[in-house]
Write a protein that binds this ligand. Sequence first.
Ligand code: ZN
Length: 405
Amino acid sequence: MKKLSITILCIVMIFGACFAQNNKKAKYIFLFVGDGMGISHVALTEAYLADRAGKTGSEYLSFSKFPYTGFVTTYSASSFTTCSSASGTAFSTGYKTINHMLSIAPDSVTKLKSVSYKLKEKGFKIGISSNVGVNHATPAVFYANNISRTAYYEIGLQLWQSGFDFFGGGSFIQDKGKNKNLQSLEDITKNNGYAITRGIKEINEISAKTEKVVAFFNANNEVQNLPYAINRKKGEAKLSDIVEAEIKFLKAREDKGFFIMAEGGIIDWCAHDNDAAGTVKEVIDLSEAVQVAVDFYSKYPDETLIIVTADHETGGITLARTGGGKQGFASLDGQKGSVGVLDKEKGRAICDSINNAAGVGFSTKGHTGIVVPVYAIGAGAELFTGKFDNTDIPRKIMKAAGFEF
Ligand SMILES: [Zn+2]
């Protein structure tokens, strides 16, 4: 009798475990990348929001309240301090490479396969998006292979060849090549089965019959990225608009699930400029875009996984104050535009004095090699805790979805 009850108990436990595991497989996967977003960028934004609400302390962002958090090492195959393409290669393919290479192994020949292709093979619909050009480093590591991240034309040619379902962001960088004498990437992409849309209205009105789309959200091709958040005018698109359209497009067409990579690409640029006010506005933009995914998650909590991380830290930001006075983070609101659009002669000085008033210090105009944070919620989110390497990210994504890497 005792033997029988133990046997029954074992069967129940095995069934239970299988059921729980099946129930928790990630079917809708979001990977958000804040380009250059270190822990200090997040802490600064949280302190700014608290100060603006009249408090000293820290307000949560949409993703900083996620239940699972960790640290990610970012060094590349050639340097402790990585660049976006080497880091992107690591978290899209699971292998390290040399700075400036794009999903190509350090031998300069071997093509590395991105997790987006692996998930496509499993029947997932794929969306790749950014608020910078669609052939910029971070989106590009998910669909292209090139020894140079700046070979924009060659990278752009590989976009339609991916067969991915949705691309969203700013338009092609070097649409007609470096010397503007080649066939337009936009035309080539269109000739190979992709619809091209511009603006929020066009993508949201797209025919149900359209299977593949490249959705440009910048106003025109003069500037290939979306406007900086701090410079944005009423009605201009932002990252959350892209993610909203992307979810809508992919959800209507999937049956096995989707994978969305969305990059907040301008955080890095503002931090390169040592522009604290601009940086904060970009992190808020990313937080709002993640919130769109969180709203989706609340409808499909057992099948959705949201991961938010960064490729590296930019600017070496510190929140420091000498003396005992109040650290006036809200004084960042006094800056009326990114450092690049402020007065040509006085812009740098204006930005520096505002950084100073807020008590924000920068230690470099480049990247740093410090670990970056990762935040996760949903099916398989528990895999994204502790300290791990950026090459583990695609391995963990595949595991969360119930597949071998
Ligand atoms: Zn950078």
